[in-house]
Write a protein that binds this ligand. Sequence first.
Ligand SMILES: Nc1ncnc2c1ncn2[C@@H]1O[C@H](COP(=O)(O)OP(=O)(O)OP(=O)(O)O)[C@@H](O)[C@H]1O
Length: 118
Amino acid sequence: MKGEGFVRRLGFALQGLRHTVVTERSFRVHLVAAAGVLAVLLITRPAPVWWAVLGLAVGFVLMAELFNTALETLADHLHPERHPVVGAAKDIAAAAVLVASGAAAVAGLAFAVDWLGG
Ligand SMILES: Nc1ncnc2c1ncn2[C@@H]1O[C@H](COP(=O)(O)OP(=O)(O)OP(=O)(O)O)[C@@H](O)[C@H]1O
C-alpha cells in the first residue's frame, strides 16, 4: 500500500536522524543552535518572510550535516584505512557544512540588523 510505504520510508529517515544525533556531536551543537533560532523567532515574532529565511537557513545547515555524516559513515565503512581521496572527500563534505553555516550566519546578521533597526 502506498501509505504504508511512506510510513516505512519515514521510519528509515527518522532512524538516520536518530543515528546522526547519537553519533555526531557537531549535529547536536547545530540542533541546539536551531532551537535558539526558533526561540528568537518566537520571542521577536518577525514578519513571515523572516520565518521562511531563517527556517531555510537552519534547514540547509542541518541538511549539510546529515549529508556530511552519510558520506563519512560510508567512507569509513568502505575504506577504513587512511587515503588522500577519502580525506579530500571528507574535507569537501565539511566545506559544504561550512558554506551552509556561513550563509545562515549572514541571514541571522541580516535579521538582527533589520530587527534592531526597526
Ligand atoms: N580515511 C581517511 N583518510 C585520509 N584523511 C582522513 C581520513 N579520515 C579522516 N581524514 C581527515 O581527517 C578529517 C576529519 O575526519 P573525521 O572523519 O574525523 O571527521 P570529523 O571532522 O571528526 O567530523 P565529525 O566531527 O563530523 O565526525 C577529514 O576532513 C580528513 O581531512
